[in-house]
Design a protein around this ligand. Sequence first.
Ligand SMILES: *[C@@H]1O[C@H](CO)[C@@H](O)[C@H](O)[C@H]1NC(C)=O
Ligand SMILES: *[C@@H]1O[C@H](CO)[C@@H](O)[C@H](O)[C@H]1NC(C)=O
Ligand SMILES: *[C@@H]1O[C@H](CO)[C@@H](O)[C@H](O)[C@H]1NC(C)=O
Ligand SMILES: *[C@@H]1O[C@H](CO)[C@@H](O)[C@H](O)[C@H]1NC(C)=O
Ligand SMILES: *[C@@H]1O[C@H](CO)[C@@H](O)[C@H](O)[C@H]1NC(C)=O
Ligand SMILES: *[C@@H]1O[C@H](CO)[C@@H](O)[C@H](O)[C@H]1NC(C)=O
Ligand SMILES: *[C@@H]1O[C@H](CO)[C@@H](O)[C@H](O)[C@H]1NC(C)=O
Ligand SMILES: *[C@@H]1O[C@H](CO)[C@@H](O)[C@H](O)[C@H]1NC(C)=O
Ligand SMILES: *[C@@H]1O[C@H](CO)[C@@H](O)[C@H](O)[C@H]1NC(C)=O
Ligand SMILES: *[C@@H]1O[C@H](CO)[C@@H](O)[C@H](O)[C@H]1NC(C)=O
Ligand SMILES: *[C@@H]1O[C@H](CO)[C@@H](O)[C@H](O)[C@H]1NC(C)=O
Ligand SMILES: *[C@@H]1O[C@H](CO)[C@@H](O)[C@H](O)[C@H]1NC(C)=O
Length: 521
Amino acid sequence: MSFQPLLGFLLILSSIYSQAAVLKYTFVVQETNYTRLCSTKNLLTVNGQFPGPTITAHRGDTVIVDVINRGDQNITIHWHGVKQPRYPWSDGPEFVTQCPIQPGANFSQKVLLSDEEGTLWWHAHSDWSRASIHGLIVILPRLGTTYPFPQPDEQVPVVLGEWWQSDIRTVTENFIRGGGDPANSDALTINGQPGDLYNCSNTGTTKIKVEQGKTYMLRMVNAAMNNLMFLAVANHTLTVVGTDGAYTKPFSSNYITISPGQTLDILLVANQSPNNRYYMAAKLYNGQPASRFDPTTTTAIIEYAESSTPPVFPDLPAFNDRNASFNFTRRLRSLASTQHPIDVPLNIKKTLFYTLSINAIPCPANQTCEAIRNTSRFAASINNITFGMPSTSILGAYYRGMNGVYGNDFPDVPPLKFNYTQASGLNVSLRLPEVATKVKMLKHNETVEVVFQGTNLVAGIDHPMHLHGHSFYVVGSGFGNYERSRDSLTYNLVDPPHMQTIAVPQNGWTAIRFKADNPGN
Ligand SMILES: *[C@@H]1O[C@H](CO)[C@@H](O)[C@H](O)[C@H]1NC(C)=O
Ligand SMILES: *[C@@H]1O[C@H](CO)[C@@H](O)[C@H](O)[C@H]1NC(C)=O
Ligand SMILES: *[C@@H]1O[C@H](CO)[C@@H](O)[C@H](O)[C@H]1NC(C)=O
Ligand SMILES: *[C@@H]1O[C@H](CO)[C@@H](O)[C@H](O)[C@H]1NC(C)=O
Ligand SMILES: *[C@@H]1O[C@H](CO)[C@@H](O)[C@H](O)[C@H]1NC(C)=O
Ligand SMILES: *[C@@H]1O[C@H](CO)[C@@H](O)[C@H](O)[C@H]1NC(C)=O
Ligand SMILES: *[C@@H]1O[C@H](CO)[C@@H](O)[C@H](O)[C@H]1NC(C)=O
Ligand SMILES: *[C@@H]1O[C@H](CO)[C@@H](O)[C@H](O)[C@H]1NC(C)=O
Ligand SMILES: *[C@@H]1O[C@H](CO)[C@@H](O)[C@H](O)[C@H]1NC(C)=O
Ligand SMILES: *[C@@H]1O[C@H](CO)[C@@H](O)[C@H](O)[C@H]1NC(C)=O
Ligand SMILES: *[C@@H]1O[C@H](CO)[C@@H](O)[C@H](O)[C@H]1NC(C)=O
Ligand SMILES: *[C@@H]1O[C@H](CO)[C@@H](O)[C@H](O)[C@H]1NC(C)=O
């Protein structure tokens, strides 16, 4: 009897320090009326919010999200950067791990957090519905543990997005029909608001109230559809402490570059004069002068005190400053400490070389096309294969042993070797891709290196690459054609950043390494 209180005490301790919680969320996908840039339109949202609700959990928790589709289109939700160890069933990509949730249907998704700590995000994973269906996942340190830096005074979500005046579904239908570029967005947004450089956006501008002397942890995601962004805060330096749900060695910069799909954790110390206001400003980075993109600038206001003085505007790199983009990303390094160790695969068993291209498919005789002076439809490929969407989920087909849904012969190297980054004069016949549904099979626990090589076939762009189910170490990157004998010598195998989303530089390459330790697809 007398031991019981002590036993109870020990049980409570162990539950504080090691027991992960199970949290519940309900996501109702619905049409919601939204007013921006002087007009009102219907927007597909989760729970009527744009951006959607933030999921907050501790490291190692399990989150059950009941997704109820009250919209009128198919939807799926992906938990971007959550590894879902040995549980690919609710990862989300439509026709890859599941069939879509149809209008009126629902799907209870289990989000299994493991070693992620920092910021991730969730988004729709069916056509372009993620433009308005996305939100943050904040993963706090396990109870009883702390950040590897002084406890910030406050947490501030910073969700970078895009806004179209027309219906997003119409935008999608138009570029799918014509095969050309999607219409540019009409505004960029910070936490759903364009900011006061746009018409009718004064009153709604996002304000971040700060107190002199305090430290704010910005939990940032780039939820834009295609482009990288530059962001800066006037008169404040930004200290990067994490990316993609893992800590980094802290470094300071006057601006940041963030790839679509990437997250950053940033400390901002409010060390300026207590009566002033400062703009946080962001715009798209676009290294490809021939392509169209939204050139506008979104702002939020960092406000020490309410005042009528106009906020100070920050310096941002030029929209096409490839060096500024590359230099920032090159500075990311894993924390690699005793508490947050890393495990870079050194003994690689499988080496893959993947070319990333923009392609052109000649316009079928009876169609109207809008790419390349109306002669073609755009496509994109890896090793010259553009993904053919299957009609049932690949995961389901694998488990049921269904034939004919996919081929398992995705090539390890491109079919042709050529000067991938040649500035001009590449034979136009090379632009045609093969359309196929092919998978690359890896052995469980195989150590893998993938070198992504951007090509200049139709145009060279920064290609953001994301891997589901794993984080990878970004061990190297550079401009031009990758040459193993030269470039592998420059790898960082000591403290490379541990990420799931990396923008391969325009007409350049990026090398990643990971262990295939999470069966699934
Ligand atoms: C949204 O607002 C528009 C314009 O005010 C209105 O015509 C429309 O009926 C509203 N839709 C909904 C779903 O409330
Ligand atoms: C919606 O999803 C179902 C399967 O879940 C599929 O049969 C149907 O074609 C999809 N509809 C559209 C418009 O993609
Ligand atoms: C989810 O769908 C099932 C059957 O399809 C239904 O019984 C249930 O009531 C639905 N739940 C919600 C919350 O809509
Ligand atoms: C604001 O509206 C005016 C008048 O309609 C228009 O000329 C101008 O281009 C708009 N500015 C922006 C940034 O949209
Ligand atoms: C912002 O920084 C600039 C240049 O460093 C300085 O001249 C200016 O006074 C600062 N403004 C405020 C409001 O702090
Ligand atoms: C980028 O850096 C390279 C050298 O590293 C230089 O040749 C080039 O002019 C720079 N470009 C820009 C836009 O700064
Ligand atoms: C990028 O870094 C290189 C070398 O570290 C430097 O020469 C160049 O000025 C930097 N460019 C920018 C735009 O920061
Ligand atoms: C285009 O031609 C194909 C084959 O002749 C035919 O099946 C298809 O219906 C035509 N499409 C249109 C839009 O006319
Ligand atoms: C392409 O077609 C559109 C109509 O669909 C037309 O407005 C445009 O002028 C055409 N462009 C060229 C280069 O032919
Ligand atoms: C490949 O193309 C680039 C850009 O045009 C050029 O600078 C380089 O010399 C070419 N490399 C080879 C091996 O021809
Ligand atoms: C891709 O495959 C197509 C069809 O087989 C071929 O015509 C084209 O030249 C190939 N392009 C490259 C870059 O391999
Ligand atoms: C993969 O590694 C895990 C952890 O080390 C181990 O438990 C598992 O048995 C290994 N599986 C295979 C097929 O090697």
